[in-house]
Ligand binder design. Structure first.
Ligand code: CA
Length: 224
């Protein structure tokens, strides 16, 4: 999953990035509203963490832009203490949650996971699907206690496909959300095919087989 961190305090932005990367998220940073606005226009993010107090931009205006140009991003607004009005306005506008500074990174992560669960109708951080258990916290996959040894990217692929089950995800979408935002020119669809092939191979030792479908000319779908 890819995250845009919009925060003018570069130290805090970096801290969030280091922490979230360790938890398996891809991160991008914007330190000004202008920079954020450009990134939002070009890229698709799963999460946007938005500091409302930016030097060059009204945070709520930027939030409006976020909702105009991104379809699926979840937004957590970050506010300084004492800016209750902005927080309420932000939530009214459709932000998924807010955190008042200073906040703990563990709390940020647990809010993000709660949003993912809410959005995808999950009870907890273990997804049971097709006899497999996908443990999000520990980034492990198993069937009947037998582990499936996936690489980091294979896990991310499986997780993303399962979260968006029964929907076709294009190669470009998968690349963008799992490898980060690449320029179109750099995009090589073979890359994703190789990873899917390896993932399928590892899952093929278990029942049922072939539930990660290739949709010809489009992409891939977890058929659940
Ligand atoms: Ca700020």
């Amino acid at each position: 999953m890819n995250v845009l961190i919009i925060e003018d305090e570069t130290g805090l932005a970096k801290e969030m990035e280091v922490f979230l990367k360790k938890e398996g998220y891809l991160c991008d940073q914007a330190h000004t509203g202008k920079e954020a606005s450009e990134k939002i226009y070009v890229n698709n993010y799963d999460f946007i963490l938005l500091d409302l107090g930016l030097p060059d931009y009204d945070g709520l205006d930027l939030l409006k832009e976020v909702f105009k140009s991104t379809k699926n991003a979840s937004v957590i607004i970050l506010t300084a203490r004492g800016t209750v009005d902005d927080k309420i306005k932000g939530l009214d506008m459709g932000a998924d949650d807010y955190l008042a500074k200073p906040f703990s990174l563990l709390e940020l992560q647990s809010r993000m996971q709660a949003i993912i669960r809410r959005k995808h109708g999950l009870q907890n951080n273990v997804i049971s699907v097709k006899g497999f258990k996908i443990d999000i916290d520990n980034r492990m996959v198993s069937q009947s206690d037998q582990p499936v040894n996936l690489t980091k990217k294979e896990f991310d692929l499986l997780h993303y496909l399962v979260l968006h089950k029964n929907r076709v995800l294009t190669r470009l979408q998968l690349t963008e959300h799992i490898w980060g935002n690449l320029l179109e020119d750099d995009f090589d669809s073979n890359y994703i095919d190789v990873h899917i092939k390896n993932l399928r191979k590892k899952l093929s030792g278990f029942e049922p087989a072939d539930w990660i479908e290739t949709v010809r000319g489009l992409g891939y779908r977890a058929n659940i």
